[in-house]
Design a binder for this molecule. Structure first.
Ligand code: GAL
Length: 467
């Protein structure tokens, strides 16, 4: 039912688990800054300690082994490795920490998948304009080369940037993620553009400088909901659903996998809204320049983060204002038959994943796909016997199996979000995605397997033993 080499994984991200925010010579990241500002995060919480994985890595490794994972996806903290974001100064303690994590994983027969950037830009680089500044691409490329050079002898799966959509939109348009900017209708497009440039530079660096020797693959992790028209018979709703997909997945997948440029639907929608507002002639979507390395073809596999689905109806963009919401001109609707878990945005729709996988196969020339994140949240009161999450994983994994066996999608791996409860960004510790419960009120931060962890472990072991 699953290919023999299928990657069974779980994922985490540095800021969400590591803590040690000032340990050794670590520099600050934009999430350190953001969380220490009043009113940014639920309950004024922060990731200063989080799961303290910086000191308790062995406990994480024990969890990974209990699950029987073949792969573990983690991210590196740029500011822990390079405190001011540049290779002028390297924090050796940070290098040692990640070396140990990687070596321990390999010693346990677990392959690391490493994300270079999971939302936590060094504050020193934010102070120079962050992702809004074109020079960030070269700085990121230098950081990426440093990581390939330092860890690439042992790491074969690389993700450059996690969810450029979320960084761009939540961080620079909505202001609910670091760096907390609300420059509507402009900044997110610039950030997305610089992220694509940065990703492409890093991919080319790997391709030219490291691939032959290290023999790994590099991609970027793209998040997308599955979108379908609210009224199946309405061509306006169908067009709105396609626009929604173009503004989420297409924004990054089109340049990388299809044309080297943004989807036409997206360009067109932005230009239409610009002329409505009297800005005709000036495109708010930046253009790729000849001086930049080409973006087309800069992914060795497709990395997808899928959580939920939406029905879409036309409209939502008619207001006279500058914003991505107006540009997108499509309204998301939750189907009342979909159960919502934990957080309000997370409608549970496992079959949406199968549809999205089929769409990826058809649209992006049948790439190798890793599902790099997928999960189910609990909000209090927490249940160790999390039967709903068990059902969720069961039906999701069966949808993935159908995608592989019936639809012929080349899915190579599945990573549950998350290995353990952790700092869920603006929701702090109130939203729990773990396969392990973490007791944040206990100084030892003890990890206890949820029932869903036990069942995931059973699933992995039965597929691996061919039963
Ligand atoms: C993703 C993100 C993860 C995690 C997850 C659950 O957008 O990459 O860090 O927080 O959502 O909300």
């Amino acid at each position: 039912m699953f290919p023999r080499n299928f990657a069974w994984g779980a994922a985490t991200a540095a800021y969400q688990i590591e803590g040690g925010w000032q340990a050794d010579e670590k520099g600050l990241s934009i999430w350190d800054t953001f969380c220490h500002e009043k009113g940014r995060v639920f309950g004024e919480q922060n990731g200063d300690v989080a799961c303290n994985s910086y000191e308790l890595w062995e406990k994480d490794l024990a969890c990974i082994q209990q699950l029987g994972l073949t792969h573990y996806r983690l991210s590196l903290s740029w500011a822990r490795l390079l405190p001011d974001g540049t290779t002028r100064h390297v924090n050796q303690k940070g290098v040692e920490y990640y070396n140990k994590v990687i070596d321990d994983l390999l010693a346990c027969n677990v392959s690391p998948m490493i994300t270079l950037y999971h939302f936590d830009l060094p504050q020193a680089l934010q102070d120079q304009g962050g992702w809004l500044s074109p020079s960030i691409a070269t700085l990121f490329d230098n950081y990426a080369k440093f990581c390939f050079q330092t860890f690439g002898d042992r790491v074969k799966l690389w993700i450059t940037i996690n969810e450029p959509y979320v960084c761009a939109k939540l961080g620079h348009e909505d202001g609910i993620h670091a760096p907390g900017l609300k420059e509507k209708g402009t900044a997110a497009y610039v950030v997305g553009h610089n992220m694509l440039r940065a990703h492409a530079m890093a991919w080319h660096s790997y391709n030219l400088g490291y691939r032959a020797k290290q023999r790994g693959g590099v991609s970027l992790a793209l998040n997308s909901d599955w979108f379908e028209p609210l009224d199946g018979g309405s061509s306006e709703d169908a067009a709105a659903a396609e626009r929604a997909l173009a503004f989420t997945l297409g924004w990054f997948a089109w340049p990388v996998f299809v044309t080297g440029d943004y989807p036409e639907r997206m360009q067109c929608a932005i230009d239409t809204q610009s002329s409505r507002l009297g800005y005709a002639g000036v495109s708010r979507l930046p253009k790729f320049s000849e001086d930049d390395p080409t973006v087309l073809g800069t992914a060795d596999f497709f990395a997808l983060n899928y959580y939920t689905s939406r029905k879409v109806k036309a409209g939502g963009g008619r207001e006279q204002m500058l914003s991505m919401k107006c540009d997108r001109d499509a309204e998301d609707v939750l189907d009342p038959s979909w159960p919502v878990c934990g957080v309000s945005w997370l409608a549970v729709v496992p079959r949406g994943l199968r549809k999205l996988l089929q769409y990826i196969k058809d649209t992006f020339s049948n790439p190798a796909v890793y599902i790099t994140e997928n999960g189910f949240a609990q909000t209090g009161p927490l249940q160790i016997e999390d039967v709903q999450r068990c059902d969720f994983y069961k039906s999701t994994i069966s949808e993935v199996a159908k995608a592989i066996n019936e639809d012929g999608v080349n899915v190579c791996g599945y990573f549950a979000w998350s290995l353990m409860d952790n700092f869920e960004w603006a929701d702090g510790f109130s939203v729990r995605f773990g396969l392990f419960h973490v007791d944040f009120s206990d100084a030892k931060l003890s990890r206890t397997m949820y029932r869903s962890g036990q069942e995931y472990a059973r699933t992995i072991s039965s597929y691996r033993s061919g039963k």
